[in-house]
Write a protein that binds this ligand. Sequence first.
Ligand code: AMP
Length: 363
Amino acid sequence: MSQVDQKNSHPRIGILGAGQLALMLAQAAPALDIEVICAGSPGDCASQAAEVRSVDLDDVSAVAAFAHTVDLVTVESENIHADVLQGLNLYPNAHAIAVAQERLLEKQFFRECGIATAPFAPVESLDDLQRAIEEIRLPAILKTRRLGYDGKGQVRLAHAEEAAEAWASVGGVPCILEGMVRFDAEVSLIAARSRMGEIVFYPLVQNHHHEGILRVSIAPFLHQALQNQANQYLTVLLEKLNYVGVLAVEFFVESGKLLANEMAPRVHNSGHWTIEGSATSQFENHLRAIAGRELGSTESRPTVMLNCIGTMPPEIETLAFPSLFRHDYGKEARPGRKVGHLAFVAADQPAIVEWKQRLQGRS
Ligand code: AMP
């Protein structure tokens, strides 16, 4: 038994945030005899499965007061100000979150760990951008260093004359310019590291994005050499950061090589398939890791996950597929918003492809 188990076998875990990731963490908690309490706004979707307290996540003292009422704290988003995270009993640690929330630090850290990335250059002014264009060459993408998600805070540049407009459109905030990668596939790896340093990996997943938003994840992406390489990369990242919890890293596959794009210090959308597809879901393994428990098996079956963007498909349509798992986050329909996902567990790869095609027209 770990220290935490001995001291407290029914921990209260506070989650900073109360969206769909907090909801799915909360849904995994009862089976582990863990209590989850979320800090967010009344009406946030995690309230279906957990108590949600009204806490302003930008307010250092409000978050500290919330943290005092629980045994330990975790996050559902990396975009929480570093000052707010200081001094909390936090998993993963504040340094890991700080690295993952700032694209320049993140890319530099990948390189320090011997992990290849697309070429990039820091940009803090229009002059920097013009210099970076010479160095990186076009086409390229200007990305804000902070607060970018689902393709937000990104502008594609094809011609040098577009520099001033691109710089204005990101609001002149610190950015990086990143060379455009002609990738053959986008994949992600989710791993969990426990307090005792045990690490487990899920199978690599292939991801399909549209307009910067993840639409479909297909597990597994069968490529043993890339799986081994990705496992080794995450081992280095997790150990260097002394990381506890689930970490997700998105990669481009270019000419048979992995280039790291970004990492998320939390459970990740490309791991939602693990709820039905794996012996232990990413949500359960995150809770196990941070609560000081042993990690669960990541043995998995081929699974397709489709995000529902904007609206949920009518129930009558998903009912037509008996082995489809429907996750409705209970959010109001809004264009571009992730309101739920569908998962289909199949016995083999060809069946996955067939179902993906059939379902795509319905989501
Ligand atoms: P990001 O917010 O960095 O994950 O970017 C969202 C999506 O934009 C990625 O999943 C890719 O589909 C695309 N993208 C981002 N960076 C690049 C790049 N350097 N080259 C090509 N596509 C990219």
